[in-house]
Design a protein around this ligand. Sequence first.
Ligand code: BG6
Length: 299
Amino acid sequence: MSNVNELNSKFGVPGVVTIDEGKGGLTRVRVTAPAAEAEIYLHGAHVTHYKPQGQKPVLFMSAESLFDPAKAIRGGVPVIFPWFGPNANDPKAPQHGFARTTVWPIRSVSTSDHGVVITLGLASSDATRKVWPHEFEATFTVSVGKALEMSMDVVNKSTREIFFEEALHTYLAVGDIRRTTIDGLAGRTFIDKVDNKARKTQPPGAFTLSGETDRVYLNTPDTVTVDDAANSRRLVVSKTGSASTVVWNPWTDKAKAMSDFGDDEWPHMLCVETANAGDNVLTLAAGAKHVMTATVAVG
Ligand code: BG6
């Protein structure tokens, strides 16, 4: 526990921010602020819980999730970087990059009337260079208040430009996906990953999913509103610095095929991911910085 004790004496705020051993013995930051509570694992800089005062949890977490240093956590907000999905050049490289399975040390913790701000950092190392030979510094900032505000900053520390993809792979908790509508993407082009990556156009109006869905919406700076009829609430995902929006639900068969996801959990989640992926891959000049933010609020 000495690591946790040291972190607590450096970053803990009595009654508000506590660092402890979470599931699987992984280090966790617990926030209990007047406006909201949250949990963040240093493993993957992973927000696993966010609940504004008087609300149900906003993020879905699978009861089957592993909490294993070598595996990604299933649910919450996995941080995806520096590639999205399978690595195009190396099929053996981990799906969705290495950020979600790497420990991000705490950089700072601060509190204000607005909420609690936790900053975590990840820099290139021998381990990251083995799978991605570039120099970078990434900072993930989580602000826990009336809304959950997340910011992913990447600085190119290399001497030449770098290309990368990223996502804040947000698993929203919904009462029943079959009674949930998604608004804000009408007229946008998407890559349909469950139909041979066919390019399609989202028809006008809000839509409801009716089967396995895995779509990368391109050129979408849009705010997405999720109307969760079963819980009588709306979740609003707004963002900056993000050109792609991924909408994902595994539905029945894929849920059964995933070992870290319950067979019956799919009706209770919807991923609306704030991303730069596919055609929207980022190019960052040497020394330059890119900032992507995502805010999740109960509407
Ligand atoms: C989504 C992808 O973002 O993540 C899907 O678009 C993928 O293709 C899903 O299945 C979950 O990925 P993983 O690696 O966490 O099982």
